[in-house]
Design a protein around this ligand. Sequence first.
Ligand code: ADE
Ligand code: ZN
Length: 349
Amino acid sequence: MSGFLTGEALRAFVHALPKVELHVHLVGSASLPTVLELARRRPSAGVPTAPEALAEFFTFRDFPHFLRNYLAVTSLVRDTRDIHTLVTGLAADLAAQNARYAEVTVTPYNHLLDGMTGDDLLTGLATGRAAAKAEHGVELAWCFDIPGEKGVVAGRETVVFALRERPEGLVSFGLGGPEVGVGRAQFAPFFTRAREAGLHSVPHAGETTGPATVWSAVHDLGAERIGHGVGAYTAPALMEYLAAQGIPLEVCPTSNVRTGQFPSIAAHPIRRLLDHGVVVTLNTDDPPMFGATLDGEYLAVAETLGLTASEIARLAENAVHASFLEPASKAALVTEIKEILLQDTEHLA
Ligand code: ADE
Ligand code: ZN
């Protein structure tokens, strides 16, 4: 029997697991040194240029405060080189977590609004993706998402851009930004077009609001996976539905704490979701902005919930199964996870 791990043994086990990240925003993945460098180039954007002030800027009062500051950082990103820098920086950070594959959310509408050309964006994504594989051994896929706060015009532009350009690695279509006052259903036509063209539906829902938003993501947007979705925790029938349909949640515990949804990881409903059979995956969302890492999310959840090694490995496996990787790539990662678990079991025996 695989048992409980603590301290350095737990850290080593979590790190050794080959991991998959299903919910990370490209702009939100910018390292603190990268944000400082971009901010110094464009001081008028209002993003601090000194480390202490940036730490304060990334201490969020609530979700709207987070989103304002996130969009200020977005406005710093102006050209192909910036996009390439973000993508390769993310790949290096993923490799350091022993993450092998990530589905990365990109918000083309915001970049185009800030004056970047579509070609600049796509070139930066393509060269960055190639370098991620060649230099860091990390496979990247893209989710193009609608910034919900910009309304249906952003929905239309995003789906048109996604389907016209259809860059290599684009696997899914999303919806981010605020949920309060931004109903999911208004975006249904754009999700229909994206799904008909073969993109997977992965909207944010139930991050800052409750079960009704998650139901809407499922019924109106055909969600195959849900960004966050933790707001489902108050509705047993919804959790049972998600479990029965195998609709995984991209849970980002530290993000939820840092934007004020829950006071601590201990108060996070992740245990309740697991107990109802919901497929939970662990993710970072906007890692440097929240002081999060992928290993850190696994560690925090394992320690707080008192998970066994096999329960931790199951979370890593969930992410592999919930990904849009090819079956052979999934099988290889699952085999590796099982080997790590077996080594741990033999070590403890
Ligand atoms: N954009 C970047 N991070 C986000 C989050 N956590 N929720 C919604 N939109 C986002
Ligand atoms: Zn997100």
